[in-house]
Design a protein around this ligand. Structure first.
Ligand code: ZN
Length: 125
């Protein structure tokens, strides 16, 4: 039987760039820009050290909407960040032991990779 082409309506299949969850535990997980495993505070106008500090506080649930607004984030951004964080927390245990790939240079101390890996280990306890 000939393989039939399925019309996906122009929607690309899930891929690594979108935060694809790999099937094997040894497959690397891409956590860079464009994925929901990215540090949402790493953006133009926020220096990388500050972005990492914000990321750590965000993961620890120390960034209330009020604090975020005082730091220059809008109400919608604060809501989106809260939803993003909930999704991330649910996924953390699945990241344990997986190589995390970011586009930061290896050894970049301001990359969120180490923080994310540590949070995954914490969440699985
Ligand atoms: Zn990075």
């Amino acid at each position: 039987m000939a393989e039939r082409k399925v019309d996906r309506g122009g929607v690309a299949p899930a891929n690594r760039a979108r935060g694809f969850t790999p099937r094997r535990r040894t497959d690397p997980v891409f956590i860079g820009r464009g994925t929901w495993l990215w540090n949402p505070f790493q953006r133009p106008g926020i220096a990388k050290p500050r972005a990492l500090i914000l990321y750590r506080a965000w993961l620890a649930d120390l960034l209330t909407p009020r604090i975020l607004r005082a730091a220059g984030f809008g109400r919608d951004e604060a809501s989106a960040l809260a939803l993003w964080r909930e999704r991330l927390l649910r996924a953390l245990p699945r990241l344990v032991g997986r190589p995390l790939q970011c586009h930061c240079r290896k050894g970049d101390i301001w990359c969120h990779r180490g923080t994310l890996a540590g949070a995954a280990v914490e969440a699985s306890r």
